[in-house]
Design a protein. Structure first.
Length: 246
């Protein structure tokens, strides 16, 4: 049964070894992400992670809990594993960033937890996200042991002139609506995110957010409790950390 859901962003700078001199700038974000990971680990030892990869990949790609990866592609060979049984002697150097972030959080805050990662293409259609979310909820509720959900996804990357996607004047309004929906547990707003608009303003997490909405019942549902621990855009990218309880 699903017992808790959390969401975190995916900047590599969450990892102190990768942040270097910028570590203090991301300290509050890092603490919030570690906090929700600790809470998930306290609620159960089995997590399903939903992340977003590049367009063109299969609509759904699963990563096995026995997998380990490395942040070497981001500058430092920090190794992470998705379960306590996995060995970092056999490393998948192509592990997606969302899986790396989830593995790092597990290692820091919930080392006994076991993660399976489900990657979605960022251009997954909204109706397919709804179907995937509904199916995932049935799957989690059917399991006899407590289950957690971790969504690893970013907001718009066009919020300032120095943002990775440059500045887009439309992004602030969309990001504000996304942040409010995550803070309030508003599944309807998440479900109505416009895929074309999100793509054009560099909001790659849209598919993950709409899947989260469907896990909690879509426009007719929602969490019993929602909590926001961090909202910000320190590098022109929208980051949000929080928790929903079913």
């Amino acid at each position: 049964m699903l017992t808790a859901a959390a969401f975190v962003p995916s900047p590599p700078l969450l990892v102190p070894q990768l942040a270097g001199a910028a570590a203090p700038e991301t300290d509050r974000l890092r603490r919030a992400a570690l906090d929700v990971a600790t809470r998930l680990g306290g609620s159960c030892a089995e997590w399903t992670v939903v992340g977003v990869a590049e367009p063109g990949m299969p609509l759904v790609a699963d990563i096995d809990p026995e997998t380990c990866g490395t942040f070497a592609g981001f500058g430092v060979d920090v190794r992470v594993c998705l379960s306590p049984d996995a060995s970092d002697h056999d490393v998948d150097r192509s592990m997606p960033l969302a899986a790396l972030i989830a593995g790092w959080l597990r290692g820091q805050s919930a080392p006994e937890s076991r993660l399976r990662v489900r990657m979605l293409a960022s251009d997954t259609p909204a109706d397919e996200c709804a179907r995937l979310g509904e199916s995932l909820r049935r799957e989690l509720d059917a399991r006899p042991t407590p289950q957690a959900l971790l969504v690893v996804a970013d907001g718009a990357n066009t919020l300032t002139d120095k943002a990775p996607g440059a500045f887009d004047a439309r992004s602030a309004e969309v990001q504000a609506a996304l942040d409010a929906a995550l803070a309030d547990g508003d599944c309807g707003v998440l479900g109505r995110l416009d895929p074309a608009l999100c793509s054009s303003i560099g909001l790659p997490g849209r598919a993950a957010w709409q899947t989260l909405s469907a896990v909690f019942g879509g426009g007719d549902g929602g969490p019993s409790k929602s909590e926001s621990l961090y909202t910000g855009a320190p590098y022109g990218v929208g980051y949000h950390v929080g928790m929903w309880l079913p």
